[in-house]
Ligand binder design. Structure first.
Ligand code: NAD
Ligand code: ZN
Length: 366
């Protein structure tokens, strides 16, 4: 079938909306009519080739839509089902079988090769050349796309598909790093570095978990103000003061939990230094391969801290996304406050607004 898709062409270049040919779903895929797709910082860094995903390709990995065709081997999905689409994983390696599919041994190939495992692409350009597909198992910046079925999460018939796509990556990443990995106790303290969509989702999750001191750190005053309105008990502008000392003062020695959503080496060090004794920190912000952070391991040793690096909130999307939807429905996880919708034709404006900090979580509505 013919479909319109936003094609990523190269570093820093605008996406171009083109008409492409979409092939038939493979036995393990479903064809989804996308209703909406979130825009994630990761789409921008892939377009800019921080990771060597072959371009041209259709990116997008926070899709939500309606199943229009079902591959011959797919179980549990029917035409008309509404789905939120998460990353692809193999389901067979030891990490998948241990309940950690976001650490699937085949995760990189399945999500970042822009090819199916058989080497094909779902999209072909008018001149017959292949256009990369299956980004995060989905390539959701397209009106129709073929999606790896086991990455999908079926949602209720009346679910707000124009809101739920970001649960498949950015929101799941921040919320999962907090709820699944750091697991703050009620009444505990947490510092979150970076108040983008991932950091704000982490903040909402920390509040839902009952953390009583939630310190948000950023360099953009308007974002810090927004964070205070949504649940931050304290904010620190790290351009104006050293966050580790500010946090030590606020908490009497350091936080119990901390999260770096920036991937900036200096911020990772600040995050580590803001932990109290036996604190637990985590990194979710993405950096270019080869990036090193300046950390004083001499002082760190005696503080007994632990550190995790977290992919996609270490979630099992089929279990975790419905929990986030349930929390959202009862008002305990108001992530809709982070979103703003854009028409498909305005996709480059959505990326520009995300980069400038104007919009926390753009959602393209088809
Ligand atoms: P974003 O760009 O919306 O937010 C980043 C925030 O960090 C911004 O508010 C920015 O002002 C702040 N920041 C930048 N430099 C800073 C500094 N020096 N000190 C303090 N704050 C600073 O991005 P996002 O969508 O929230 O994503 C955050 C990161 O998470 C990105 O790197 C993204 O690629 C990554 N990510 C990782 C995963 C994963 O599985 N680990 C999944 C999704 C996204
Ligand atoms: Zn993402």
């Amino acid at each position: 079938m013919k479909t319109r898709a936003a094609v990523a062409l190269g570093p820093g270049q605008d996406f171009e909306i083109r008409e492409l040919e979409l092939d038939e779903p493979r036995p393990d895929e479903v064809t989804v009519r996308m209703v909406a797709s979130g825009v994630c910082h990761t789409d921008a860094i892939i377009r800019d080739q921080w990771y060597p995903v072959p371009l041209p390709a259709v990116l997008g990995h926070e899709g939500a839509g309606v199943v229009e065709a079902v591959g011959s081997a797919v179980q549990g999905l029917e035409v008309g089902d509404r789905v939120v689409v998460g990353p692809a994983f193999c389901g067979e390696c030891e990490q998948c079988l241990a309940g950690h599919p976001m650490y699937c041994l085949n995760f990189y190939d399945r999500n970042f090769s822009a090819r199916r495992t058989d080497g094909s692409t779902a999209f072909t350009a008018a001149d017959g050349t292949a256009v990369g597909s299956n980004f995060f198992g989905q390539s959701s910046f397209a009106e129709h796309t073929n999606v790896v079925a086991h990455g999908t999460v079926k949602v209720a018939e009346d679910a707000p598909l124009d809101l739920l796509g970001p649960l498949g990556c950015g929101i799941m990443t921040g919320a999962g790093a907090v709820l699944n990995v750091l697991a703050p106790k009620p009444g505990s303290s947490i510092a979150i570095f970076g108040t983008g969509a991932v950091g704000m989702a982490a903040m909402l999750a920390a509040k839902a978990a009952g953390a009583s001191t939630i310190i948000m750190v950023d360099i953009v005053p308007s974002r810090l103000e927004f964070a205070r309105g949504l649940g931050a008990t304290h904010t620190v502008n790290s351009k104006e003061q050293d966050p580790a000392s500010a946090i030590a003062e606020l908490t009497g020695g350091g936080v119990e939990y901390a999260l770096d959503t920036t991937g900036v080496p200096a911020v990772f060090a600040q995050m580590t230094n803001s932990l109290g004794i036996r604190g637990h920190g985590a990194l979710v912000g993405a950096a270019r391969m080869g990036t090193e952070a300046p950390i004083d391991i001499g002082t760190l040793l005696v503080r007994g801290v632990s550190m995790s690096t977290v992919v996609e909130g270490d979630a099992v999307p089929k279990e975790f996304i419905p929990r986030l939807i349930a929390l959202h429905e009862r008002g305990a996880f108001p992530f809709d406050a982070l979103t703003k919708t854009y028409a498909f034709d305005d996709i480059n404006a959505a990326f520009a607004d995300s980069a400038s900090g104007e919009t926390l979580k753009p959602i393209i509505v088809y």
